[in-house]
Design a protein around this ligand. Structure first.
Ligand SMILES: [Cu+2]
Length: 204
Protein backbone atom coordinates (compact mmCIF):
# COMPACT_ATOMS: atom_id res chain seq x y z
CA UNK A 1 0.00 0.00 0.00
CA UNK A 2 2.82 2.33 0.90
CA UNK A 3 4.38 1.67 -2.49
CA UNK A 4 1.13 2.47 -4.27
CA UNK A 5 0.82 5.77 -2.44
CA UNK A 6 4.43 6.53 -3.35
CA UNK A 7 3.74 5.93 -7.02
CA UNK A 8 0.65 8.14 -6.87
CA UNK A 9 2.62 10.93 -5.26
CA UNK A 10 5.28 10.69 -7.96
CA UNK A 11 2.54 10.66 -10.60
CA UNK A 12 0.90 13.73 -9.11
CA UNK A 13 4.18 15.60 -8.92
CA UNK A 14 5.13 14.75 -12.49
CA UNK A 15 1.70 15.84 -13.73
CA UNK A 16 1.99 19.08 -11.81
CA UNK A 17 5.42 19.73 -13.31
CA UNK A 18 4.44 18.78 -16.85
CA UNK A 19 1.37 20.96 -17.02
CA UNK A 20 1.57 23.55 -14.32
CA UNK A 21 -0.39 26.09 -16.31
CA UNK A 22 -3.09 23.66 -17.15
CA UNK A 23 -6.03 24.80 -15.10
CA UNK A 24 -8.70 23.08 -17.12
CA UNK A 25 -7.56 19.54 -16.57
CA UNK A 26 -8.60 18.39 -13.16
CA UNK A 27 -5.80 16.07 -12.22
CA UNK A 28 -7.12 15.67 -8.69
CA UNK A 29 -10.34 14.06 -9.76
CA UNK A 30 -8.79 11.61 -12.19
CA UNK A 31 -8.91 7.89 -11.49
CA UNK A 32 -5.73 5.98 -10.68
CA UNK A 33 -5.68 4.25 -14.02
CA UNK A 34 -5.86 7.49 -15.94
CA UNK A 35 -3.22 8.97 -13.74
CA UNK A 36 -0.68 6.29 -14.49
CA UNK A 37 -1.35 6.66 -18.21
CA UNK A 38 -0.94 10.38 -17.86
CA UNK A 39 2.34 9.76 -16.05
CA UNK A 40 3.74 7.77 -18.98
CA UNK A 41 2.51 10.24 -21.52
CA UNK A 42 3.23 13.31 -19.46
CA UNK A 43 5.95 15.56 -20.68
CA UNK A 44 8.05 18.09 -18.90
CA UNK A 45 7.71 21.43 -20.63
CA UNK A 46 11.29 22.35 -19.78
CA UNK A 47 12.38 19.51 -22.10
CA UNK A 48 10.82 21.25 -25.05
CA UNK A 49 13.19 24.15 -24.85
CA UNK A 50 16.34 22.14 -24.17
CA UNK A 51 15.87 19.85 -27.14
CA UNK A 52 18.43 21.76 -29.13
CA UNK A 53 18.50 22.05 -32.87
CA UNK A 54 17.96 19.16 -35.20
CA UNK A 55 20.56 18.70 -37.89
CA UNK A 56 18.57 18.63 -41.08
CA UNK A 57 19.76 18.91 -44.63
CA UNK A 58 17.97 21.78 -46.33
CA UNK A 59 15.54 20.77 -49.03
CA UNK A 60 15.07 23.67 -51.42
CA UNK A 61 12.57 21.89 -53.68
CA UNK A 62 9.44 23.94 -54.29
CA UNK A 63 6.61 21.48 -53.67
CA UNK A 64 3.15 21.25 -52.17
CA UNK A 65 3.64 18.13 -50.01
CA UNK A 66 3.51 20.13 -46.78
CA UNK A 67 0.70 22.51 -47.82
CA UNK A 68 -2.00 21.07 -45.52
CA UNK A 69 0.39 20.93 -42.56
CA UNK A 70 1.43 24.54 -43.07
CA UNK A 71 -2.16 25.74 -43.56
CA UNK A 72 -3.16 24.11 -40.27
CA UNK A 73 -0.18 25.68 -38.50
CA UNK A 74 -1.21 29.10 -39.85
CA UNK A 75 -4.74 28.48 -38.57
CA UNK A 76 -3.28 27.93 -35.10
CA UNK A 77 -1.10 31.01 -35.47
CA UNK A 78 -4.00 33.19 -36.62
CA UNK A 79 -6.15 31.91 -33.75
CA UNK A 80 -3.50 33.09 -31.30
CA UNK A 81 -3.14 36.42 -33.11
CA UNK A 82 -6.91 36.88 -32.63
CA UNK A 83 -6.70 35.79 -28.95
CA UNK A 84 -9.20 33.12 -29.94
CA UNK A 85 -8.70 29.88 -28.01
CA UNK A 86 -11.33 27.95 -29.95
CA UNK A 87 -10.04 28.94 -33.36
CA UNK A 88 -6.56 27.96 -32.20
CA UNK A 89 -7.85 24.59 -31.01
CA UNK A 90 -9.55 24.06 -34.38
CA UNK A 91 -6.19 24.62 -36.04
CA UNK A 92 -4.73 21.96 -33.75
CA UNK A 93 -7.34 19.48 -34.93
CA UNK A 94 -6.64 20.43 -38.54
CA UNK A 95 -2.94 19.86 -37.94
CA UNK A 96 -3.53 16.34 -36.61
CA UNK A 97 -5.70 15.63 -39.66
CA UNK A 98 -3.00 16.97 -41.99
CA UNK A 99 -0.40 14.71 -40.38
CA UNK A 100 -2.62 11.66 -40.69
CA UNK A 101 -3.19 12.38 -44.39
CA UNK A 102 0.46 13.09 -45.16
CA UNK A 103 1.91 10.65 -47.67
CA UNK A 104 5.15 9.29 -46.23
CA UNK A 105 5.68 6.70 -48.95
CA UNK A 106 7.52 9.22 -51.11
CA UNK A 107 10.18 9.91 -48.50
CA UNK A 108 13.63 8.38 -48.52
CA UNK A 109 14.63 6.30 -45.46
CA UNK A 110 16.64 9.06 -43.81
CA UNK A 111 14.06 11.75 -44.52
CA UNK A 112 11.31 9.45 -43.30
CA UNK A 113 13.09 8.84 -40.00
CA UNK A 114 13.64 12.55 -39.47
CA UNK A 115 10.07 13.35 -40.48
CA UNK A 116 8.64 10.82 -38.00
CA UNK A 117 10.62 12.37 -35.18
CA UNK A 118 9.42 15.89 -35.94
CA UNK A 119 5.85 14.75 -36.56
CA UNK A 120 5.78 12.94 -33.23
CA UNK A 121 6.74 16.12 -31.41
CA UNK A 122 4.41 18.37 -33.43
CA UNK A 123 1.43 16.07 -32.84
CA UNK A 124 1.98 16.20 -29.12
CA UNK A 125 1.99 20.00 -29.21
CA UNK A 126 -1.17 19.97 -31.32
CA UNK A 127 -2.89 17.72 -28.80
CA UNK A 128 -2.09 20.12 -25.96
CA UNK A 129 -3.16 23.08 -28.09
CA UNK A 130 -6.53 21.41 -28.71
CA UNK A 131 -7.46 21.01 -25.06
CA UNK A 132 -5.92 23.90 -23.17
CA UNK A 133 -6.40 27.60 -22.32
CA UNK A 134 -4.68 30.19 -24.48
CA UNK A 135 -1.58 30.75 -22.31
CA UNK A 136 -0.84 27.06 -22.46
CA UNK A 137 -1.58 27.00 -26.19
CA UNK A 138 1.01 29.74 -26.66
CA UNK A 139 3.64 27.74 -24.76
CA UNK A 140 3.17 24.78 -27.07
CA UNK A 141 3.00 27.03 -30.11
CA UNK A 142 6.58 28.10 -29.48
CA UNK A 143 7.94 24.54 -29.77
CA UNK A 144 5.48 23.72 -32.52
CA UNK A 145 6.93 26.59 -34.55
CA UNK A 146 10.38 24.99 -34.34
CA UNK A 147 8.93 21.67 -35.49
CA UNK A 148 7.11 23.24 -38.43
CA UNK A 149 10.21 25.21 -39.37
CA UNK A 150 12.16 21.94 -39.36
CA UNK A 151 9.53 20.29 -41.55
CA UNK A 152 9.97 23.12 -44.06
CA UNK A 153 13.75 22.65 -44.01
CA UNK A 154 13.38 18.89 -44.39
CA UNK A 155 10.69 18.75 -47.07
CA UNK A 156 10.67 22.15 -48.77
CA UNK A 157 7.64 24.21 -49.76
CA UNK A 158 6.46 26.41 -52.60
CA UNK A 159 4.77 28.84 -50.21
CA UNK A 160 6.18 32.27 -49.42
CA UNK A 161 6.73 32.17 -45.66
CA UNK A 162 8.12 34.72 -43.25
CA UNK A 163 10.10 33.70 -40.21
CA UNK A 164 9.25 36.31 -37.57
CA UNK A 165 10.81 36.90 -34.20
CA UNK A 166 9.68 38.67 -31.04
CA UNK A 167 12.40 39.32 -28.43
CA UNK A 168 9.81 39.75 -25.66
CA UNK A 169 8.00 36.45 -26.14
CA UNK A 170 8.67 33.48 -23.88
CA UNK A 171 9.41 35.67 -20.83
CA UNK A 172 11.82 37.89 -22.73
CA UNK A 173 13.86 34.94 -24.00
CA UNK A 174 12.51 35.63 -27.45
CA UNK A 175 10.59 33.31 -29.73
CA UNK A 176 10.13 32.63 -33.41
CA UNK A 177 6.98 32.04 -35.43
CA UNK A 178 6.15 31.48 -39.06
CA UNK A 179 3.72 33.60 -41.01
CA UNK A 180 2.08 33.53 -44.42
CA UNK A 181 1.68 37.33 -44.40
CA UNK A 182 4.36 40.00 -44.44
CA UNK A 183 2.76 42.19 -41.77
CA UNK A 184 3.86 41.45 -38.23
CA UNK A 185 0.95 40.00 -36.27
CA UNK A 186 2.25 38.59 -33.02
CA UNK A 187 0.72 35.25 -31.96
CA UNK A 188 2.50 35.26 -28.57
CA UNK A 189 0.84 38.46 -27.39
CA UNK A 190 -2.18 38.93 -29.64
CA UNK A 191 -3.95 42.24 -29.10
CA UNK A 192 -1.70 43.09 -26.13
CA UNK A 193 1.26 43.70 -28.41
CA UNK A 194 0.11 42.84 -31.89
CA UNK A 195 2.91 44.47 -33.83
CA UNK A 196 5.86 43.48 -31.65
CA UNK A 197 8.50 41.64 -33.64
CA UNK A 198 10.31 41.64 -36.95
CA UNK A 199 10.94 39.48 -40.00
CA UNK A 200 14.14 37.46 -39.63
CA UNK A 201 14.00 35.49 -42.82
CA UNK A 202 11.90 34.99 -45.89
CA UNK A 203 11.42 31.53 -47.35
CA UNK A 204 10.82 31.57 -51.14
CU1 LIG B 1 1.02 21.06 -22.20
Amino acid sequence: MKKVIGILVVALISITISCKNNKEQEHDTMGNEEMSTEMHEGHDHSDMKDMGQRKITQNTTKNTATAAILDAYFEIKNGLVADDKDKTAKGGTALLAAFSKFDMTQLSDDTHKEYMEIQESAKEHAEHIIKNPIDHQREHFESLSTDINDIIILLGTDKVIYQDYCPMASNNKGAMWLSEVKDIKNPYFGSKMLNCGSIKKQIN
